[in-house]
Design a protein around this ligand. Structure first.
Ligand code: ADE
Length: 226
Protein backbone atom coordinates (compact mmCIF):
# COMPACT_ATOMS: atom_id res chain seq x y z
CA UNK A 1 0.00 0.00 0.00
CA UNK A 2 1.14 3.51 -0.73
CA UNK A 3 0.27 6.57 1.37
CA UNK A 4 1.20 10.11 0.38
CA UNK A 5 0.99 12.90 2.95
CA UNK A 6 0.84 16.49 1.74
CA UNK A 7 2.08 18.78 4.50
CA UNK A 8 3.86 22.02 5.29
CA UNK A 9 5.81 20.19 8.03
CA UNK A 10 7.49 17.32 6.16
CA UNK A 11 10.33 16.88 8.67
CA UNK A 12 7.92 16.43 11.56
CA UNK A 13 5.90 13.85 9.64
CA UNK A 14 8.94 12.03 8.24
CA UNK A 15 10.65 11.68 11.61
CA UNK A 16 7.48 10.45 13.33
CA UNK A 17 7.11 7.64 10.82
CA UNK A 18 10.40 5.98 11.61
CA UNK A 19 9.61 4.45 14.98
CA UNK A 20 8.34 1.15 16.27
CA UNK A 21 5.95 -0.95 14.21
CA UNK A 22 5.44 1.72 11.55
CA UNK A 23 9.20 2.22 11.14
CA UNK A 24 9.70 -1.53 10.70
CA UNK A 25 6.80 -1.76 8.25
CA UNK A 26 8.47 0.91 6.12
CA UNK A 27 11.87 -0.76 6.39
CA UNK A 28 10.35 -4.05 5.25
CA UNK A 29 8.57 -2.33 2.34
CA UNK A 30 5.15 -3.41 3.61
CA UNK A 31 4.00 0.18 3.43
CA UNK A 32 5.34 2.93 1.19
CA UNK A 33 4.88 6.35 2.78
CA UNK A 34 5.76 9.39 0.73
CA UNK A 35 5.91 12.83 2.33
CA UNK A 36 5.33 15.78 0.01
CA UNK A 37 6.23 19.31 1.06
CA UNK A 38 3.44 21.61 -0.14
CA UNK A 39 5.85 24.54 0.11
CA UNK A 40 7.92 23.04 -2.75
CA UNK A 41 4.92 23.69 -5.00
CA UNK A 42 4.65 27.43 -4.36
CA UNK A 43 5.75 29.63 -7.23
CA UNK A 44 6.58 32.84 -5.30
CA UNK A 45 9.87 33.96 -3.78
CA UNK A 46 8.68 33.63 -0.17
CA UNK A 47 7.03 30.23 -0.65
CA UNK A 48 3.76 31.41 0.87
CA UNK A 49 1.11 28.75 1.51
CA UNK A 50 -1.58 30.79 3.29
CA UNK A 51 -3.49 34.05 2.89
CA UNK A 52 -6.23 36.01 4.67
CA UNK A 53 -9.85 34.91 4.16
CA UNK A 54 -12.12 36.66 1.64
CA UNK A 55 -14.94 38.31 3.59
CA UNK A 56 -12.70 38.93 6.58
CA UNK A 57 -12.41 37.08 9.85
CA UNK A 58 -9.62 35.74 12.01
CA UNK A 59 -6.76 33.52 10.95
CA UNK A 60 -5.41 32.48 7.59
CA UNK A 61 -6.56 30.09 4.88
CA UNK A 62 -4.38 27.63 2.95
CA UNK A 63 -4.03 28.89 -0.62
CA UNK A 64 -5.31 26.72 -3.45
CA UNK A 65 -2.38 26.97 -5.90
CA UNK A 66 0.35 25.11 -3.96
CA UNK A 67 -2.12 22.38 -3.05
CA UNK A 68 -3.44 21.99 -6.62
CA UNK A 69 0.19 21.91 -7.85
CA UNK A 70 1.07 19.25 -5.25
CA UNK A 71 -1.83 17.06 -6.36
CA UNK A 72 -0.92 17.56 -10.02
CA UNK A 73 2.54 16.14 -9.26
CA UNK A 74 1.00 12.82 -8.14
CA UNK A 75 0.60 9.95 -10.56
CA UNK A 76 -1.92 7.14 -10.94
CA UNK A 77 -5.22 6.60 -9.17
CA UNK A 78 -5.64 7.43 -5.52
CA UNK A 79 -8.23 8.11 -2.82
CA UNK A 80 -7.77 11.53 -1.23
CA UNK A 81 -8.54 12.53 2.34
CA UNK A 82 -8.53 15.90 4.06
CA UNK A 83 -7.80 15.76 7.80
CA UNK A 84 -10.17 18.31 9.32
CA UNK A 85 -12.36 18.63 12.42
CA UNK A 86 -15.30 19.14 10.02
CA UNK A 87 -14.92 15.63 8.59
CA UNK A 88 -16.65 12.29 9.25
CA UNK A 89 -15.63 10.97 12.64
CA UNK A 90 -13.03 8.20 12.24
CA UNK A 91 -14.13 4.74 13.40
CA UNK A 92 -12.49 1.32 13.13
CA UNK A 93 -14.76 0.30 10.22
CA UNK A 94 -13.47 3.23 8.19
CA UNK A 95 -9.88 2.34 9.10
CA UNK A 96 -10.43 -1.19 7.74
CA UNK A 97 -12.07 0.18 4.57
CA UNK A 98 -9.17 2.57 3.97
CA UNK A 99 -6.59 -0.17 4.56
CA UNK A 100 -7.87 -1.84 1.35
CA UNK A 101 -7.05 1.15 -0.88
CA UNK A 102 -3.98 0.88 -3.11
CA UNK A 103 -2.95 4.53 -2.79
CA UNK A 104 -4.17 7.01 -0.20
CA UNK A 105 -3.34 10.70 -0.27
CA UNK A 106 -3.80 12.63 2.97
CA UNK A 107 -3.82 16.41 2.96
CA UNK A 108 -2.93 17.92 6.33
CA UNK A 109 -4.94 21.10 6.76
CA UNK A 110 -3.62 24.12 8.64
CA UNK A 111 -4.42 27.60 9.84
CA UNK A 112 -8.14 28.37 9.93
CA UNK A 113 -8.86 26.07 7.02
CA UNK A 114 -8.26 25.15 3.41
CA UNK A 115 -9.65 27.03 0.41
CA UNK A 116 -13.03 25.45 -0.38
CA UNK A 117 -12.08 24.86 -4.04
CA UNK A 118 -9.45 22.35 -2.86
CA UNK A 119 -12.13 20.54 -0.88
CA UNK A 120 -14.59 20.58 -3.77
CA UNK A 121 -12.22 19.46 -6.51
CA UNK A 122 -9.42 17.41 -4.97
CA UNK A 123 -10.78 15.65 -1.90
CA UNK A 124 -12.76 12.39 -1.89
CA UNK A 125 -13.47 12.36 1.84
CA UNK A 126 -12.96 14.58 4.87
CA UNK A 127 -12.06 12.82 8.12
CA UNK A 128 -11.92 14.02 11.72
CA UNK A 129 -10.08 11.95 14.32
CA UNK A 130 -12.19 13.30 17.19
CA UNK A 131 -14.38 16.10 18.47
CA UNK A 132 -11.58 18.47 19.37
CA UNK A 133 -9.50 20.91 17.38
CA UNK A 134 -5.77 20.43 16.85
CA UNK A 135 -3.35 23.00 15.47
CA UNK A 136 -2.95 21.09 12.22
CA UNK A 137 -3.65 17.93 10.27
CA UNK A 138 -0.24 16.29 10.70
CA UNK A 139 -1.07 14.39 13.88
CA UNK A 140 -4.43 13.23 12.43
CA UNK A 141 -2.59 12.06 9.28
CA UNK A 142 -0.17 10.08 11.46
CA UNK A 143 -3.05 8.65 13.48
CA UNK A 144 -4.70 7.49 10.25
CA UNK A 145 -1.50 5.89 8.94
CA UNK A 146 -0.84 4.16 12.25
CA UNK A 147 -4.36 2.76 12.50
CA UNK A 148 -4.46 1.69 8.83
CA UNK A 149 -1.03 0.05 8.84
CA UNK A 150 -2.15 -2.48 11.47
CA UNK A 151 -4.42 -4.00 8.81
CA UNK A 152 -1.71 -4.42 6.22
CA UNK A 153 -0.66 -8.08 6.15
CA UNK A 154 2.69 -8.62 7.85
CA UNK A 155 2.77 -5.33 9.74
CA UNK A 156 1.66 -6.75 13.08
CA UNK A 157 3.92 -9.56 14.20
CA UNK A 158 0.91 -11.24 15.75
CA UNK A 159 -2.05 -11.34 13.35
CA UNK A 160 -4.09 -12.96 16.12
CA UNK A 161 -4.46 -9.67 17.94
CA UNK A 162 -6.48 -8.35 14.98
CA UNK A 163 -8.64 -11.47 14.96
CA UNK A 164 -9.20 -11.16 18.68
CA UNK A 165 -10.21 -7.53 18.12
CA UNK A 166 -12.77 -8.36 15.47
CA UNK A 167 -14.12 -11.14 17.68
CA UNK A 168 -14.79 -8.67 20.49
CA UNK A 169 -15.87 -5.92 18.08
CA UNK A 170 -17.91 -3.22 19.72
CA UNK A 171 -16.64 -3.94 23.24
CA UNK A 172 -13.69 -2.46 25.08
CA UNK A 173 -10.71 -4.68 25.90
CA UNK A 174 -10.66 -6.82 29.02
CA UNK A 175 -7.85 -6.32 31.61
CA UNK A 176 -4.48 -7.90 30.85
CA UNK A 177 -1.81 -9.12 33.27
CA UNK A 178 1.71 -10.45 32.92
CA UNK A 179 4.36 -11.72 35.34
CA UNK A 180 4.89 -11.47 38.28
CA UNK A 181 1.89 -13.25 39.68
CA UNK A 182 1.96 -10.98 42.72
CA UNK A 183 3.30 -7.41 42.68
CA UNK A 184 3.28 -5.11 45.72
CA UNK A 185 0.61 -7.33 47.24
CA UNK A 186 -1.57 -7.08 44.07
CA UNK A 187 -2.59 -10.46 42.71
CA UNK A 188 -3.38 -11.59 39.17
CA UNK A 189 -7.02 -12.86 39.07
CA UNK A 190 -7.04 -16.57 39.82
CA UNK A 191 -9.07 -17.46 36.72
CA UNK A 192 -6.20 -16.42 34.43
CA UNK A 193 -3.92 -18.94 36.12
CA UNK A 194 -6.48 -21.73 35.93
CA UNK A 195 -5.56 -22.99 32.48
CA UNK A 196 -9.29 -23.40 31.82
CA UNK A 197 -9.77 -21.74 28.41
CA UNK A 198 -13.55 -21.61 28.62
CA UNK A 199 -13.51 -19.99 32.08
CA UNK A 200 -10.90 -17.50 30.88
CA UNK A 201 -12.92 -16.61 27.76
CA UNK A 202 -16.10 -16.17 29.86
CA UNK A 203 -14.29 -13.99 32.40
CA UNK A 204 -12.80 -11.81 29.66
CA UNK A 205 -16.16 -11.30 27.99
CA UNK A 206 -17.78 -10.40 31.31
CA UNK A 207 -14.96 -7.93 32.05
CA UNK A 208 -15.27 -6.39 28.57
CA UNK A 209 -18.99 -5.84 29.02
CA UNK A 210 -18.51 -4.37 32.51
CA UNK A 211 -15.85 -1.93 31.30
CA UNK A 212 -17.91 -0.94 28.25
CA UNK A 213 -20.99 -0.33 30.43
CA UNK A 214 -18.91 1.89 32.71
CA UNK A 215 -17.16 4.09 30.18
CA UNK A 216 -18.85 3.64 26.78
CA UNK A 217 -22.48 2.58 27.28
CA UNK A 218 -23.21 4.02 23.82
CA UNK A 219 -21.26 1.09 22.30
CA UNK A 220 -23.63 -1.45 23.81
CA UNK A 221 -26.66 -0.24 21.90
CA UNK A 222 -27.36 -2.64 19.02
CA UNK A 223 -24.55 -4.98 20.05
CA UNK A 224 -25.77 -8.54 19.35
CA UNK A 225 -22.98 -10.04 21.47
CA UNK A 226 -24.27 -8.61 24.77
N1 ADE B 1 -7.23 19.12 12.21
C1 ADE B 1 -7.43 19.81 13.36
N2 ADE B 1 -8.16 19.11 14.22
C2 ADE B 1 -8.47 17.93 13.61
C3 ADE B 1 -9.21 16.77 13.98
N3 ADE B 1 -9.83 16.68 15.16
N4 ADE B 1 -9.30 15.77 13.10
C4 ADE B 1 -8.70 15.85 11.89
N5 ADE B 1 -8.00 16.91 11.48
C5 ADE B 1 -7.87 17.95 12.33
Amino acid sequence: MKITILTIFPDFVESSLNYSILGKARENNLIDVEVVNIRDFTRDKHKVTDDSPYGGGPGMVMKPEPIFNSFESLSGDYYSILATPQGNLLKQDKVIELSKKKHLVILSGHYEGVDQRVRDKLIDEEISIGDYVLTGGELPALVLIDAISRYIPGVLGNQESLEEESFSKGLLEYPQYTRPREYKGLEVPEVLLSGNHQRIADWRKEQSIKKTKQVRPDLLKNNPKV
